[in-house]
Every structure is written in structure tokens, then in C-alpha cells.
Design a protein around this ligand. Structure first.
Ligand code: S3P
Length: 236
């Protein structure tokens, strides 16, 4: 499970405060600000419990007939957002890395060291194929899964692919320890993230849905995914 700093779990107090200060700007101006914030999506980040424009979750859950596969770079929040999304939709949560570790009996880092990345990618494809066979779920995939052509085809044909996009600086701030990320065992993990993100952009671009999460709390990211999914499936 990815470890995310507290900053990702709730917005920093005061971040949007000056844009949302009723005393300073008066009631009418504040209402205009509220409307502008709601339209820009910031209000959901500032008020994660606001469900004003939330889709009908039960109807949305009924419309899902396949796994929702979260893709994106390491640190994009696939595990945290995925778990919460699964809870909201009352779907099973599957983490492809965890499934691989469970069946191999060793960690991802050990698989890379002992068997190499190519073997890892085969195990990853098998784990994703198993998940695709198991009906609706929320599937958190490893960051490079969609970069292998066979796995990309599997994901795009048999799941709804959701790209959690974030800038490399954001990713690094969310990745607690790099010890479980063998690809970041380099002299400059930020430069590695930038390089990987650039090389992978076209692969992530195959996703059916893209949600940019840089400014979002985990709760707001879940809400953004739910809204995007609702519109993708044309439920509401
Ligand atoms: C990888 C990301 C990791 C893991 C492996 C390779 C990648 O998963 O699958 O270390 O290629 O980006 P997370 O994205 O969950 O960290």
C-alpha cells in the first residue's frame, strides 16, 4: 500500500482560505466565490463531505460491469484512492502488486532482483488477466503495467481504465519510502520519475478516463473519479 503524507489526505488549512473569506468580501461576493469554486471543482477539495453534485452511487455501481483499473505513476494514489473508491461503490478491491507478492511469496523488489523486470511484467499481466476474469472490482495496477502492449490491450479491452495523473514533484512528495519501488533506486528519484512520466505519457493516454489529482485530497480524488465515471458511463 502506498504511504501518503498527511498533506495528501486533507488540504492544508488556509490553502483556499483567502479565496473563500466571507468576512472580507461580503455575503454576495462570497456567494459568487462559492459558485466559482464549485464550478472549478475546488470546492469539493475544500469541502470533501459536500455531495451536492455527487452522482447517484447506487445507479453508478449498477452500471459497472467490469473492473475499474486505476493506472498512473508510482505515488499517484492508486492504492489509497482505489480502496476508498471500492468502499464507496461496494466493490472488491484488488491490488495487482499485492496479488503478485502473495502468489510469488516474495516482494516486488525481490522479484526484480531475482528474476528481472521482464518476468515481473509477465506476472503482472497474469494478475491483471485474473482480475479481469473476476467481474466488477476496483483494480489498482502497478505503475508500468499499461506500458507493456499485451497488458495495455487487456486493460483497454476488458476494464475501464482510469489514469490518476500527477506531476513528478507531487508524486515524490506522496511516495513515503522508495525502498519498495525498485525503479526508483537511483541517485535522483525525482529525475527518474520525470523521465518515466515523459516516456509513459502516451501509454497512460490510452486510459478511458483521466483525473488530475495534484491539488486534490484523497476524498476529493475519489469524488472526481466518481463524477468522471458517471459521465463516462452516461448514468445520470
Ligand atoms: C512500477 C510500479 C510499482 C510496482 C513496480 C513497478 C512501475 O507499483 O509495480 O515497482 O513500473 O512504475 P506502484 O505504481 O503501485 O508503486
Amino acid at each position: 500500500m502506498e504511504s501518503l503524507p498527511a498533506a495528501w489526505l486533507c488540504l492544508k488549512p488556509g490553502r483556499h482560505h483567502s479565496r473563500f473569506d466571507i468576512r472580507r468580501s461580503g455575503k454576495i461576493a462570497a456567494l459568487a466565490q462559492l459558485r466559482a469554486l464549485a464550478m472549478s471543482g475546488i470546492m469539493h477539495a475544500a469541502m470533501p463531505n459536500s455531495h451536492s453534485s455527487m452522482p447517484d452511487i447506487a445507479a453508478l455501481a449498477r452500471a459497472i460491469d467490469r473492473p475499474l483499473a486505476l493506472v498512473g505513476m508510482m505515488g499517484s494514489g492508486k492504492s489509497l484512492v482505489g480502496r476508498r473508491l471500492a468502499q464507496r461503490l461496494d466493490l472488491p478491491f484488488i491490488d495487482s502488486d499485492a496479488e503478485i507478492e502473495k502468489s510469488a511469496g516474495i516482494t516486488i523488489t525481490e522479484i526484480f532482483e531475482l528474476a528481472g523486470e521482464e518476468r515481473f511484467r509477465t506476472l503482472e499481466r497474469n494478475a491483471i488477466s485474473d482480475a479481469a476474469d473476476s467481474g466488477p472490482s476496483v483494480l489498482s495496477t502497478g505503475g508500468g503495467s499499461i506500458c507493456t502492449p499485451e497488458t495495455a490491450a487487456l486493460l483497454c479491452d476488458r476494464t475501464i481504465v482510469i489514469w490518476l495523473q500527477a506531476k513528478p514533484d507531487t508524486l515524490l512528495s506522496r511516495i513515503g519510502s522508495i525502498s519498495s519501488r525498485p525503479l526508483l533506486h537511483t541517485d535522483d528519484p525525482l529525475a527518474t520519475l520525470r523521465d518515466l512520466a515523459e516516456r509513459r505519457a502516451a501509454d497512460y493516454g490510452k486510459a478511458h478516463i483521466t483525473v488530475t489529482t495534484d491539488q486534490l485530497s484523497a476524498a476529493a480524488a475519489v469524488a472526481a473519479v466518481l463524477r468522471a465515471l458517471d459521465s463516462h458511463l452516461a448514468v445520470s
